[in-house]
Design a binder for this molecule. Structure first.
Ligand code: ZN
Length: 166
């Protein structure tokens, strides 16, 4: 049986349930019913405003945002959860960090909840580089349902790949 690569590390009984949903052809429908809302964040400018608004709400005092963009070259495989890059620039002799945030293009057409989840994930990296306890606390602070959303996003990526294979 093929490994469920987006779900590595989750408990076997849970993966068994996922396999059943896939075998019965129900995973896609289940996700579509649960996540009905699309979003209107179509381009990099709109994405910047969207990220900035969430940042204002939760992380106002952290370093300013740099570039924010959808990146079609980000491999969902490799960076299933986006990537984060810290760029340091010298401004008038003073080192100033700004944050570049790249979001994989797959999120442009993903349900609204998944875009919010991935943006929360990337914003949390402004303060915490690692996926540690403090990082996930911050994610949950911004999005109380974070863990469920991340799991469902992994299901969504799994289903998407099955669809692509036809
Ligand atoms: Zn991360």
């Amino acid at each position: 049986m093929e490994p469920l690569k987006y779900l590595t590390g989750y408990p076997p009984p849970l993966l068994e349930q996922v396999r059943q949903l896939i075998d019965q052809g129900r995973l896609g429908t289940m996700l579509a019913e649960k996540y009905r809302d699309a979003h209107a964040v179509r381009n990099d400018g709109q994405l910047y405003d969207y990220v900035q608004a969430l940042k204002e709400q939760h992380l106002r005092r952290s370093v300013p945002l740099g570039k924010v963009l959808y990146d079609g070259k980000l491999q969902v495989m490799k960076h299933a959860l986006g990537t984060h890059t810290a760029i340091s620039r010298v401004h008038g002799g003073k080192l100033k960090a700004s944050r570049e945030i790249r979001i994989a293009t797959v999120f442009r057409d993903a349900p609204a909840d998944f875009l919010r989840m991935i943006v929360v994930h990337e914003l949390a990296h402004i303060k915490e580089a690692e996926h540690n306890k403090a990082f996930y606390q911050l994610c949950r602070h911004m999005e109380p349902d974070y863990h469920q959303l991340e799991f469902d996003l992994r299901l969504y990526l799994t289903q998407r790949e099955l669809d692509e294979r036809g």
